[in-house]
Design a protein around this ligand. Structure first.
Ligand code: PGA
Length: 260
């Protein structure tokens, strides 16, 4: 069974000192040893160190970054590399978030370079993909998802592909309060899993976690995780308050224990 993964993407929120206070509070509230659940927080680069210090060595929460650059070092003003993130204790890194694609012009070839850099240094990439509302309305959702998976992952070695997570995030659902329905998410996840079977292998497709992201809340997380097609969530707004993120973690920690 795939372990549920819940990732909190803080985006450009919280200073280093706010992060320290938040993490102390959060650690006191999340399930201590979640059996079938991995919890990750992805603060801004500037708060990674403070979060790491609060988490310590044996925390139930792991550290992730929101982006990375593909070179290891050099004259790339403003960028942060995979070895730098590793050095701060990151295990995961989000790649190709729709805000990076739309606001910073990231394309498939750049996204694949970032994925390769993450893998080279033992970071686990979370590749974000998703259609816009116009693409959904004109019936091209499956085509867009297929293209984005190919752009991000084609040509990678099968062993490398086995460490990747995909986050399906319909652009129209991000930060809008309008989550995809469970049926829409399941359909998209099935499409993605089929594409993975061809890009990687049926075995890799079967073990790859596909998260849903886009207006996930303490109210809708249970119904999303009730489907065995939805292996967790990438959470924006609802991860910024201790109460809502801790509630989501608690719901997720018991989500599959009844064998749904
Ligand atoms: P949201 O953001 O939960 O605020 O919709 C999700 C995301 O951008 O990953």
């Amino acid at each position: 069974m795939r372990t549920i993964l819940i990732v909190g993407n803080w985006k450009m929120n919280k200073t280093a000192s706010e992060a320290t206070v938040f993490m102390r509070d959060l650690l006191a509230r999340v399930p201590a040893q979640p059996a079938n659940l991995e919890l990750v927080v992805a603060p801004p680069f500037t708060a990674l160190e403070s979060v790491r210090l609060v988490l310590g060595a044996s925390s139930p929460i792991q550290l992730g970054a929101q982006d990375l650059f593909w070179e290891d070092h050099g004259a790339y003003t403003g960028e942060v590399s995979a070895p730098m993130l590793k050095g701060l204790g990151c295990r995961y890194v989000i790649v190709g978030h729709s805000e990076r694609r739309t606001l910073f012009g990231e394309r498939g070839d750049l996204i694949q370079k970032k994925i390769r850099a993450a893998l080279k240094h033992g970071l686990r990439p979370i590749l974000c993909i998703g259609e816009t509302l116009a693409q959904r309305d004109n019936g091209t959702t499956d085509h867009v998802l297929t293209q984005q998976v190919h752009d991000g992952l084609s040509g990678l070695a099968t062993e490398a592909l086995a460490t990747i997570t995909i986050a399906y995030e319909p652009v129209w659902a991000i930060g809008t309060g309008k989550s995809a329905t469970v049926e829409q998410a399941i359909a998209a996840h099935r499409t993605i899993r089929q594409v993975l079977a061809t890009v990687a292998s049926p075995a890799v497709a079967d073990c790859t976690r596909i998260l849903y992201g886009g207006s996930v809340t303490p109210q809708n997380i249970e119904s999303l995780l009730a489907s065995d097609q939805i292996d967790g969530a990438l959470i924006g707004g609802a991860c910024l308050q201790v109460e809502s993120f801790a509630t989501i973690a608690t719901v997720a920690s018991v989500a599959r224990s009844t064998g749904v």
